[in-house]
Design a protein around this ligand. Structure first.
Ligand SMILES: NC(=O)C1=CN([C@@H]2O[C@H](COP(=O)(O)OP(=O)(O)OC[C@H]3O[C@@H](n4cnc5c(N)ncnc54)[C@H](O)[C@@H]3O)[C@@H](O)[C@H]2O)C=CC1
Ligand SMILES: O=C(O)CCC(=O)C(=O)O
Length: 444
């Protein structure tokens, strides 16, 4: 059995039931076979065994009281996966599906993604099995305060810097930041990113993941003689990443014809009206089905089925395992050119393999959605310098970072025998920097 197979078996045995974590580890490790052949010193130093084991993982009780006085208890998590190249960095997810296996898959992916940004940030992730859907503002605030009352002792601007993810946006970051400041009695702006602009946030952070995804896809299409102009695009989700991916894709002349939420999807053949989506999702916090009240010529379809809509470019921007092998087959049958992963691990490993074998261009999540965390790192830089850059300055840096990530993934893919496979290229490029740092720092 190869070392990679042995480590995979060990990960499954040591982390029973954590299927998303197993999936994420498998997807990375299979790309690393040629790397460990070229670098036997990594094998000798146990880099592979060490990189799949979190440095630390914390689980805690989050009690809170709802508007009717009823007490609820949720479970909070923070996984500090790897600090070889910088303080742990990664978002916080509030969703009822959250358990250790999801936070570990996200934290593991964050190691390689953060490395790809070229900025000094390690990998971590956190969250809670709390469902923000239908909660009042007061309930959200009390939950965030309770969550931070435990989390504060594990984080810090040079230790671990959380941000948003599914169910955690500017409102939640604000409440958590307020509680952190109150407990610590310190204005430590760099402890969280995604903050509001009046208290240390960075311009472009809100847009960064979606914009960055489109910058990456633009580079990938250009490399293969295509562009976004005139392309039909389908996007899953209608949250932070989906909204700004839609905005940037439209600005490059693409037509976004479908978007979704966990209830179903809308199809608008003339092109989605993003102002309506933003009003429904960012202001009213309602279901996407409301869209047809504003645009009766559009269609609403309950449940899954989004990936059967014909498109040139598919952008999964909702959640993990959104595109399975059947969805991939439907996309391919409908002539898709490219899949750009805005969400983390939105394709199953089988779907990814099928897309790659079928010569579909795949922009892998770790690279393509790294613009969010990269801009978080730019927010940390501005906080340290106690100044704020303009929108144009941050956006230009983000664009350049995405161009550089694309070229790093392309180069590593070619060097290790995976030419044109940006999934393997991103895994390898992300891994190499972390492995070199781990080698330099000894067995820790
Ligand atoms: N916000 C950020 O900066 C970054 C987010 N991501 C990833 O992007 C994805 C989306 O995150 P955000 O837009 O920030 O979250 P969000 O909470 O703003 O939006 C999430 C969207 O996904 C949909 N969704 C969630 N669970 C679903 C399910 N089980 N089935 C179908 N749809 C579902 C929701 O309806 C919503 O439209 C996640 O995978 C996240 O990890 C990745 C990099 C950075
Ligand atoms: O901005 C950050 O720190 C993290 C963003 C995030 O959670 C992600 O990249 O998946």
């Amino acid at each position: 059995m190869s070392l990679i197979q042995e480590v995979l078996e060990q990960v499954k045995k040591r982390n029973p039931g954590e299927t998303e974590f197993h999936q994420a580890v498998e997807e990375v490790l299979i790309s690393l076979e040629p790397v460990i052949q070229k670098h036997p010193e990594y094998v000798e130093a146990g880099i592979i065994e060490r990189i799949v084991e979190p440095e630390r993982q914390v689980m805690f009780r989050v009690p809170w009281v709802d508007d009717n006085g009823k007490v609820h208890v949720n479970r909070g998590f923070r996984v500090q996966f790897n600090s070889a190249i910088g303080p742990y960095k990664g978002g916080i997810r509030f969703h009822p599906s959250v358990y250790l296996g999801i936070i570990k898959f996200l934290g593991f992916e964050q190691i390689f993604k953060n490395s790809l940004t070229g900025l000094p940030i390690g990998g971590g992730k956190g969250g809670a099995d709390f469902d923000p859907k239908g909660k009042s503002d007061g309930e959200i605030m009390r939950f965030c305060q309770s969550f931070m009352t435990e989390l504060y002792r594990h984080i810090g601007q040079d230790i671990d810097v959380p941000a948003g993810d599914i169910g955690v946006g500017a409102r939640e970051i604000g409440y958590m930041y307020g509680q952190y400041k109150r407990i610590r009695n310190a204005y430590e702006a760099g402890v969280l990113t995604g903050k509001g602009l009046t208290y240390g946030g960075s311009l472009v952070r809100t847009q960064a993941t979606g914009y960055g995804l489109i910058y990456f896809v633009r580079e990938m299409l250009k490399e293969h003689g295509h562009s976004l102009e005139g392309k039909e695009v389908v996007i899953s989700g209608s949250g932070n990443v989906a909204i700004y991916a839609c905005q940037k894709a439209q600005s490059y002349g693409a037509k976004v014809v479908a978007m979704s939420d966990s209830g179903g999807y809308i199809y608008h053949k003339d092109g989605i009206n993003l102002d309506t989506i933003r009003q429904i999702k960012e202001v009213e916090r309602k279901r996407i089905s409301e869209y047809i009240k504003h645009h009766p010529e559009a269609e609403y379809h309950e449940g899954r089925g989004l990936w059967s809509v014909k498109c040139d470019i598919a952008l999964p921007c909702a959640t993990q395992n959104d595109i399975d092998v059947e969805d991939a087959k439907a996309l391919i049958a409908n002539g898709v050119i490219a899949v750009g992963e805005g969400a983390n691990m939105p394709c199953t490993n089988e779907a990814l393999s099928l897309l790659i074998e079928s010569n579909i261009l795949v922009a892998p999540a770790k690279a393509a959605n790294a613009g969010g965390v990269a801009t978080s790192a730019l927010e940390m830089s501005q906080n340290s310098m106690r100044l704020s850059w303009t929108f144009e300055e941050v956006d230009a840096k983000l664009d350049q970072i995405m161009v550089d990530i694309f070229s790093a993934a392309k180069k590593a893919a070619k060097e290790y025998g995976f030419e044109g496979n940006y999934v393997a290229g991103a895994n390898i490029a992300g891994f190499l920097k972390v492995a070199q740092a781990m080698m330099a720092q000894g067995i820790v």
